[in-house]
Design a protein around this ligand. Structure first.
Ligand SMILES: [Zn+2]
Length: 395
């Protein structure tokens, strides 16, 4: 042993003694300084698998992206202010390259905000952008709200909105009166006229409730989405005061049950980690559909179950990405060529073990996915026909 190694060993041992037991180096690590503890954030293993890599630059068939966020507004403040993340001229070239015929901007806002998103997206490009209306949450504690909200849906329909978008605001953020009041329930009867109005006008409801199951468990070393929750602590719904995922899902089921003539698209595969439960819901509720937005990470890590799911429910699954033309904070949603190519690869190829998001570290959990290699007839339904039927477009 050289003098240098002796010195390092002694200093290392002294430093290690101050560390908690689970962070101290093992005898094997002491003997080989290369095997030093490595922070999780710096770990970026490269796969040594030699497997097929297919680049799918363009979708095999024209598609509808049913789930995008070109615009965004604060749903709770009632200010009707609309933010555009990108202008049509920045989005259209990507749509051309990727074979995206139509994008549905779900977060179209309410009141004056909705007018602006319709005016700048749908009116100039009626065949390329559709816009959904959002409920006017800030007015929900007021008397007369049930009728007001149903009327808003009708007014939005006349103005050109094609569906209603409900964010997870309902169930997880919207409270009675004050910020500290009780959470408003998803199946609260004050929304019944709104669900019915949408059904009568053939406007599908795009509804996101709950969140990934790991967001409802402790943020500790057993949490499979630890890094994501560590980066976004406010995404955790673990602890007292929060409903469980299942409570939220069951409340949405009661709404679908009560409004059989209204079509509900349960976003993010409803609960993508539990396809058996989603299947049970789809079997029970003929007016239920799902989209796959921001959940190919879940579907692609259970590719055999997912392929069966796509086969069985091929008429009720919609293509969506959650694409948002803004920033790099959520790489799994970053609008652009790269995002779409990953979705195409997942649906169209049988490639194995590839990244589900354009990011150096998988942002929704450290795993990779395998493609489904869907047959062409199913692909056409998922890409276009199912959404076209719901949106009353020519097929
Ligand atoms: Zn979304």
């Amino acid at each position: 042993m050289k003098r240098r190694d002796l010195f390092r060993g002694a200093a290392g041992l002294a430093a290690a003694a101050a560390l908690p037991l689970h962070l101290q180096a093992s005898p094997a690590q002491e003997a080989n300084p290369v095997v030093a503890p490595l922070p999780l954030t710096e770990y970026q293993p490269k796969s040594m698998l030699r497997v097929k890599e297919t680049r799918v630059e363009r979708a095999r068939f024209p598609l509808i992206d049913f789930h995008t966020h070109v615009t965004w507004s604060d749903g709770l403040d009632g200010h009707e202010v609309m933010t555009f993340y990108a202008q049509p001229n920045e989005i259209l070239p990507v749509m051309e390259r990727k074979n995206i015929r139509l994008m549905v901007n779900l977060t179209g806002g309410y009141g004056k905000g909705l007018d602006k998103s319709l005016r700048d997206l749908h009116v100039p490009y009626p065949d390329r952008f559709l816009v959904f209306v959002e409920p006017w949450w800030s007015k929900s504690p007021e008397p007369g709200y049930p009728k007001f909200q149903a009327d808003q849906v009708e007014i939005a329909h006349r103005a050109g909105a094609r569906g209603v978008k409900v964010l997870k605001t309902l169930g997880l953020y919207l409270r009675e009166n004050t910020k500290t009041g009780a959470l408003v329930k998803i199946d609260d009867s004050r929304f019944d006229p709104m669900w019915d109005a949408a059904g009568a006008l053939n406007m599908p409801i795009a509804i996101h409730v709950s969140d990934p199951l790991a967001f409802f468990t402790p943020v500790d070393r057993f949490n499979e989405r630890y890094e994501e929750l560590h980066a976004h602590p406010d995404w955790s719904f673990y602890g007292s005061g929060w409903p469980s995922d299942r409570e939220l899902q069951e409340a949405r089921r009661r709404v679908m049950q009560r409004h059989p003539r209204t079509q509900f698209v349960c976003l993010h595969v409803a609960v993508a980690e539990d396809l058996a439960y989603v299947s049970e819901c789809l079997d029970a509720h003929p007016n239920m559909f799902v989209d796959i937005a921001a959940r190919i990470g879940e579907l692609g890590r259970q590719p055999r179950a997912a392929a069966k799911f796509f086969d069985r429910y091929q008429d009720r699954i919609l293509f969506g990405t959650d694409a948002t033309p803004k920033g790099y904070e959520f790489p799994q949603q970053l609008f652009g060529d790269e995002l779409y190519e990953i979705y195409f690869r997942f649906l169209e190829t049988e490639d194995e073990y590839f990244d589900y998001a354009p990011a150096p570290i998988p942002p929704q959990g450290r795993w990779r996915i395998s493609g489904l290699g869907l047959p062409e007839n199913i692909l056409q339904k998922i890409y276009y026909q199912n959404a076209a039927r719901l949106l009353k477009l020519p097929s």
